[in-house]
Design a protein around this ligand. Structure first.
Ligand code: FAD
Length: 284
């Protein structure tokens, strides 16, 4: 939407195709985005949508894109319905899809009390009894980060620890426990976690948990264009948000680990400016 706003204001014809599944849809309150702190994601997105679509040349389509084909003049975008649209330039602002672990209760708590980022939600649960669901280097890195917000911290590795001896010792010096027992389920009330239930029947009370999840990109779209991704699975972009395929730009979560609204909006704005610049350079 930030890319579309810049392009609409540059008098460009823009079609936003969106199937309405943003990654933060379950979060009750969004934080750390200046002027919108504490608002719900839906409030922020609805306001953005109304502002962007108030520009005559910007249109919105609720639909799912399945594939994209390179053509002589640009790109053909195919929808699930079978319809297709053509465009000179393409902006991929498709986000990423988090893969939930197979732990009953986890998905219901995601974004409510099971959190991806302390900068977005850590303030609200600071000094609370908190779990880290992670192992190895990720578990260590996340535990040290979250220790900034709470000292009541335990790392749940959900199976044998793959933390190094040095990492385990370091966590111990900060009074961060490690629990290796497999997790059976998370007990919660409307997404607010109450306790972790383990495979041996034991329970641990927590009111917040952090996890860093694996994710997928819209593979068919990326494959149909042959877009390059980084070793971590993000779309490779340059400082102008250009992908490896000329005419295709990407912005937001699909390009970076720095997963915040402010960052996505910033990248979207840059994308809009750069797409317009490229069109001017081609036509002038
Ligand atoms: C649980 C959670 C809570 C968060 N809380 C905060 C917070 O408090 N503060 C903060 O700053 N950040 C927060 N974030 C991060 C923030 O939500 C993201 O950085 C931001 O939403 C990224 O925007 P995006 O447009 O890249 O992706 P998204 O917002 O995920 O949007 C991608 C859109 O593309 C659509 N799409 C994808 N593929 C297709 C397709 N093939 N066809 C049509 N449409 C498609 C999706 O339906 C979706 O609407 C949170 C993230 C999560 C996961």
């Amino acid at each position: 939407m930030a890319a579309a706003l810049a392009l609409g204001r540059a008098l460009r014809n823009v079609l936003i195709i969106d199937n309405g599944q943003p990654c933060n849809r379950q979060t009750p309150h969004s934080h750390n985005f200046l002027t919108q702190d504490g608002k719900s994601p839906n409030e922020i997105a609805s306001l953005a949508k109304s502002q962007v679509t108030s520009y005559e040349s910007v249109a919105w389509l609720d639909a799912m894109v399945t594939t994209v084909t390179k053509t002589a003049n640009g790109f053909d975008v195919q929808l699930l319905s079978g319809e297709y649209y053509s465009a000179r330039k393409l902006v991929l602002a498709t986000g990423i899809r988090d893969i939930m672990p197979d732990i009953p209760g986890f998905t219901a708590c995601w974004g409510i009390s099971v959190l991806h980022c302390p900068y977005c939600h850590g303030y609200e649960v600071h000094n609370q009894k908190t779990g880290i669901l992670a192992n190895g280097d990720t578990g260590f890195e996340l535990a040290s980060l979250i220790s900034n917000w709470t000292s009541e911290l335990t790392v749940y590795t959900n199976g044998q620890s793959t933390l190094s001896e040095h990492q385990e010792n370091k966590l111990q010096t900060h009074s961060i426990n490690i629990v290796e027992t497999e997790i059976e389920r998370l007990e919660h009330q409307h997404g607010y976690i109450q306790q972790i239930v383990f495979s041996d029947g034991k329970k641990a009370a927590v009111t917040a948990m952090y996890a860093r999840l694996p994710f997928v990109q819209p593979a068919t779209i990326l494959a149909s264009l042959g877009i390059e991704v980084t070793i971590d699975g993000y779309i490779k972009v340059d400082v102008a948000q250009r992908t490896s395929i000329p005419g295709v730009y990407a912005c937001g979560d699909n390009t970076t680990r720095m997963r915040t609204l402010a960052n996505a909006v910033s990248m979207g704005t840059t994308t809009g400016l750069m797409v317009n610049k490229e069109l001017i350079e081609e036509d002038f």
